[in-house]
Ligand binder design. Structure first.
Ligand code: HEM
Length: 279
């Protein structure tokens, strides 16, 4: 009889996975519709508009996904509060403890260690629950939503905003919205994709954000500081779980790889359009 030897541990519960699903769906749609509006004179943008409806439909979809963005942003505060209550400690321990997403001196040390490791000048850093780049990605959503969301609302409701701000600020808001969108898309579809899915240990993708579970060996190898902490606190057994069913893994890969391909195709379209328009 065949037995499954691989032991698994739970990394993400349903709520953070659901929020990340909303982030993927909304960000991809906002980036595709926004860039098609920005580069509307390009053939690829016309194809996108025709596939979805018209350029007007792109604007409507863009606004709908903006609402989804503000929703997951709000829900994230509920998740934070739940995690704080679950931690059972003080607010200070929650914010500055080993499971916190707040950047701390250890992150700077691990950043340096990582670069040394890249150049063969030291061992792989002993990462904990969150690496420095995961903390950066998480924080980036806060300023990203503030800047893109704030300027996006100015573009959506210009009459209301110009009751309190000068009209030319709407032009400035358009430039900031558009450039921050380029920066965010460029970052997510290259650096975030590479760090999370395309690096050799994970290629072609890491399904953990969809399945919520990871092999115990991976935890030991990639996050030894977290593993040792779980063992020391006697919590390791409580997070051990079954391997995900095959259909979940297949769907996770199909969904994830589709999202990766759309993102990469969009980056290529943006670079092509910028070279074409500005050279
Ligand atoms: C989250 C809140 C957001 C709001 C409220 C918002 C709102 C808007 C609105 C109202 C427009 C004008 C659309 C039209 O002409 O019909 C626009 C344009 C655009 N949006 Fe957003 N948006 C948001 C997020 C994003 C994100 C996340 C991206 C990409 C990563 C993005 C990329 C763009 C781009 C590239 C344009 C075209 C700007 C130009 O014409 O240069 N937006 N947005």
């Amino acid at each position: 009889m065949e037995t499954n030897q691989v032991e698994y541990v739970q990394r993400f519960t349903f709520f953070p996975r659901f929020l990340h699903f909303l982030v993927i769906i909304s960000f991809l749609t906002l980036a595709v519709t926004g860039m098609a509006l920005k580069f509307a004179s390009q053939q690829w943008a016309e194809i996108v508009a025709e596939m979805i409806g018209t350029f007007e439909t792109l604007g409507t979809l863009h606004r709908f996904m903006a609402v989804v963005t503000f929703t997951y942003f709000g829900l994230n505060f509920i998740l934070m509060y739940q995690n704080y209550k679950k931690s059972g400690g003080s607010l200070k321990e929650f914010l500055f403890g080993p499971n916190s997403l707040v950047p701390m001196p250890i992150d700077a040390i691990e950043l340096i260690q990582t670069f040394k490791w890249f150049f063969g000048l030291g061992p792989q850093p002993r990462y904990g629950r969150w690496t420095y780049w995961e903390k950066f990605d998480y924080m980036a959503v806060f300023w990203g939503v503030a800047v893109i969301g704030g300027t996006g609302l100015c573009l959506w409701f210009p009459e209301q905003f110009t009751l309190v701000i000068p009209g030319y600020w709407i032009n400035i808001a358009t430039i900031i919205h558009s450039d921050e969108a380029l920066l965010a898309s460029g970052f997510i579809f290259t650096i975030h994709f590479f760090n999370t899915h395309l690096r050799p240990e994970k290629f072609p993708m890491d399904p953990v954000i969809f399945t919520g579970v990871m092999p115990l060996d991976e935890l030991k190898h990639e996050r030894p500081r977290e593993y040792e902490q779980l063992v020391a606190e006697g919590k390791l057994d409580s997070i051990k779980c079954e391997s995900p069913p095959k259909w979940v893994l297949i769907n996770a890969h199909l969904f994830g790889i589709t999202a990766l391909l759309i993102g990469l195709a969009l980056v290529i379209s943006i670079i092509y359009s910028m070279v074409f328009l500005y050279m």
